[in-house]
Write a new protein. Structure first.
Length: 277
């Protein structure tokens, strides 16, 4: 009830046809943008990929906070009614600071929707988490899951090679299969019942992960959970758009390879614009 009141208080000052702002350290967050587009087909989206500073998983907390704040200021100036941090590292490191510095804008991270989903699954004995070094080292997933489900064992594994590999389009080949399998064979992930793909790049390898576990382990990707959370939030605030959507995709450093990869992540042709913050 308190959460609903919070959304309502902020949304009172918003116009329902204002866009949703989404940002990530690169273009992996386009998986979240695509999931939101499918769940809310009338919503306009402004996406910002901080390709100049990727990957955030290798950056200091100070730098991540600095980059994230600049991007949020940019999206607020574009009149976004909501900002989605489509990056697990930024969500774990910078979310609280962003929320405090942008009190008039609803800020959604990619961690809480997943934890919220897991809190409804009270029978899970062991949950595995794979993500970047920044996300895993923050310990935020483990902490929040244990707060909701104290009897659930949480086992984490940093998988730093996956995001850059996926970003370059190496997914369905022998090399990528070997890298993914090598990570999933780690003893830390033994006897898990669910595995959280704690990086917005990882939905693109969801099927490979499912195949590794012979579909006996539930694979949870943050993109679909975030889309459901955004849908609920906008319905709560009566802020679902009823107009034809417009999409804008900005990056901090443009290359042709980013644009080609963006089509892969968003599942359709898109045009990237370089914006200097």
């Amino acid at each position: 009830m308190a959460t609903n009141c919070f959304f309502y208080a902020i949304f009172q000052t918003m116009n329902k046809n204002q866009p949703i702002g989404i940002f990530d350290s690169g273009i992996g967050g386009l998986t979240v943008a695509n999931a939101i587009k499918k769940a809310l087909p009338n919503e306009s989206i402004i996406y910002f990929g901080d390709t100049k500073h990727l990957p955030y998983g290798e950056k200091s907390p100070r730098s991540i906070n600095e980059y994230s704040k600049k991007i949020c200021d940019f999206l607020i100036k574009k009149n976004c009614k909501m900002i989605v941090i489509a990056c697990n590292t930024a969500s774990s490191v910078a979310y609280q600071n962003i929320k405090e510095s942008c009190p008039d804008t609803t800020i959604v991270n990619v961690i809480d929707p997943v934890v919220r989903y897991l809190s409804k699954e009270t029978n899970s004995k062991k949950v595995g988490i794979i993500g970047t070094k920044g996300t895993i080292n923050s310990g935020v997933y483990s902490k929040k899951i244990k707060e909701k489900n104290p009897n659930t064992e949480v086992s984490t594994l940093a998988t730093p090679l996956l995001a850059p590999m996926i970003e370059e389009g190496f997914i369905n080949d022998t090399i990528s299969q070997t890298v993914i399998n090598n990570y999933l064979e780690n003893p830390a992930l033994k006897e898990i019942e669910k595995i959280i793909l704690a990086c917005t790049h990882y939905p693109l390898i969801e099927n490979i992960v499912k195949e590794f576990y012979n579909n006996k382990v539930e694979v949870i990707d943050s993109a679909s959970q975030v889309a459901n959370y955004v849908l609920h939030s906008l319905e709560t605030g009566n802020l679902k758009s009823d107009q034809k959507p417009e999409y804008r995709f900005d990056v901090s450093d443009y290359t042709d390879s980013f644009e080609q990869s963006a089509k892969f992540f968003f599942n359709e042709n898109i045009h990237l614009e370089e914006v200097i913050l």
